[in-house]
Ligand binder design. Structure first.
Ligand SMILES: Nc1ncnc2c1ncn2[C@@H]1O[C@H](COP(=O)(O)OP(=O)(O)O[C@H]2O[C@H](CO)[C@@H](O)[C@H](O)[C@H]2O)[C@@H](O)[C@H]1O
Length: 481
């Protein structure tokens, strides 16, 4: 079975967050289930530099206002289609925003072009390649099912995966013709969304199946609040909406063989983690010690609950913990963290930036990974934490709820506990969770047992990809029945 995926990020070529990990991790895992994936991505500089065995599939003098080529080739072991359109995508740095941190003003056109190219490939313009299923990720790709619909095509079937409902891609209605949609598409039952054009809304409306990245989040987004304006439409999808928990790349994230660590280790050699902890103390200029060390690896944003962490930092330090933060994002949160670090020298270390290797060292050296999100579709950092025996302290939402088993008395008795959950997302609840963490950590045999349990879980994409393969097959089998 052939699947055409389309997305704006793919690890290891271009990444701003978890979307890239998923888009890069799924294809090799789906191959084990007999599903061949080719992924269409924009021709960013980093993608074009990595592309090998390139062939030109098609060339357009004028495509969404730009000269463009559709390339095919391979990079980092992935089969790719690349939309090379220098006017739209030859921009270094963040794929969505300029050096001033503001979204590129032409994002509407850039990602409509991407989705439209996916549609052209999907409908068979570049045969013999014709996919059985089109799999679009997030708002940047979400117009593709709408193009299929307005192009009069019901095949191939389409799946939209929502990684984060907070990013919806809403643009002016004046763009309708410029992005190649007919006048009648602008209706409540079409692409219209609160007086504009909603890219994610269009994908939800027209995809045959909508998935999100955990069952709990799939249920949450059908409610007002977490539904962020789309809950009504999502409720209407009924059984066509489901949640599939993300896997992780267990080769890239493997404590037994991780070049970013000072010392590699397994569940049987957990004492070696101490060397990573020492390396982490060095990197973050912390006072060395045996006391509990909490790590955070995150976008600094409201979603991730960072304002609450900042409020709670004095009590977290007073409880005897040290904290390292690896994060980038909202300037006021970055400033507040720098201030907290200056107020608690040697206790709070902050690296305001993006550093993939340092993320691995945090997972390999910290005792716990804190993920206090207000909402979290799945979350990957807690999964990496489980794999590294860096036990997650998480809010009880979305994928965090689905993937961490709270260390309550019953769970500990049965030996299934893997972390700590708390609710609501408030300073008080977080502080109470930290108290529980400190007490659990002090009971070294119990802590070790939880670490071993966490590290024994199968979090691999190979396992999770089976659910996607089954979904794709169910769509194709309906057709051939
Ligand atoms: N400063 C930094 N330096 C280095 N690495 C950093 C970093 N900040 C973040 N990262 C990395 O970026 C990724 C973040 O992934 P998450 O899933 O936790 O959140 P994100 O909100 O980006 O993803 C969205 O999509 C994913 C994928 O579906 C969902 O899991 C999630 O809930 C949803 O919000 C991880 O690989 C993490 O290690």
């Amino acid at each position: 079975m052939q699947v055409l995926a389309v997305a704006s990020e793919i690890f290891p070529l271009i990444k701003t967050g978890g979307l890239a990990d998923v888009v890069g991790g799924l294809p090799p895992a789906l191959a084990h289930h007999g599903v061949e994936v080719r992924t269409l991505v924009p021709g960013y500089p980093s993608v074009l530099r990595a592309l090998e065995g390139t062939t030109v599939v098609a060339e357009y003098g004028y495509f969404f206002g730009a000269f463009c080529k559709l390339l095919s080739g391979r990079a980092a072991g992935l089969d790719l289609f690349v939309l090379e359109a220098p006017q739209l995508f030859w921009r270094e740095g963040n794929p969505y925003s300029g050096p001033d941190g503001q979204p590129w003003p032409d994002n509407s056109v850039r990602f409509a072009a991407l989705a439209h190219m996916a549609y052209l490939i999907a409908r068979g313009d570049f045969g013999p390649y014709v996919p059985d299923v089109l799999h679009a990720h997030d708002w940047q790709a979400a117009l593709a099912p709408a193009y299929l619909h307005y192009g009069g095509r019901s095949r191939p079937r389409s799946v939209l995966t929502i990684h984060n409902l907070a990013f919806q891609g809403q643009f002016s209605r004046d763009l309708l013709y410029a992005i190649g949609l007919p006048g009648d598409a602008y209706s409540l039952d079409g692409v219209e969304y609160y007086g504009g054009i909603g890219y994610l809304k269009s994908g939800i409306r027209f995809a045959d199946r909508v998935t999100t990245v955990s069952p709990r989040y799939a249920a949450e987004i059908c409610q007002p609040g977490a539904g962020m304006g789309l809950d009504g439409l999502l409720r209407q999808k009924g059984l066509a909406l489901s949640g599939i928990v993300n896997g992780i790349d267990v080769d890239t994230w493997n404590p037994a063989d991780d070049p970013a660590l000072a010392a590699t280790y397994t569940a049987d050699t957990l004492e070696l983690r101490a060397r990573n902890k020492a390396a982490l103390e060095g990197r973050f200029a912390l006072v060395p010690g045996d006391g509990p060390l909490i790590g955070l690896i995150t976008r600094l944003s409201w979603q991730k609950g960072m304002d609450i962490v900042i409020e709670a930092l004095p009590s977290i330090i007073a409880a005897g913990c040290r904290v390292v933060v690896l994060g980038t994002g909202d300037a006021p949160l970055e400033a507040a963290l720098a201030k907290a670090s200056a107020a608690h020298p040697g206790q709070i270390g902050v690296f305001a930036g993006y550093d993939e290797n340092l993320a691995h060292l945090v997972q390999g050296g910290a005792d716990a990974i804190l993920v206090p999100s207000r909402f979290e579709p799945c979350g990957l950092t807690q999964l990496y934490g489980l794999r590294y025996g860096c036990l997650p302290i998480v809010s009880r939402v979305g994928g965090l709820f689905d993937t961490v088993i709270d260390a309550n008395a019953a769970a500990r008795e049965q030996g299934v506990a893997t972390g700590i959950q708390f609710e609501p997302v408030t300073r008080e609840a977080l502080e109470a969770a930290i108290e529980r963490f400190v007490a659990l950590y002090a009971d070294a045999p119990a802590w070790r047992a939880m670490q071993r349990q966490a590290m024994s879980l199968d979090l691999s994409w190979t396992r999770r990809a089976g659910a996607y393969a089954a979904l794709f097959r169910s769509l194709v089998e309906v057709d051939s029945a």
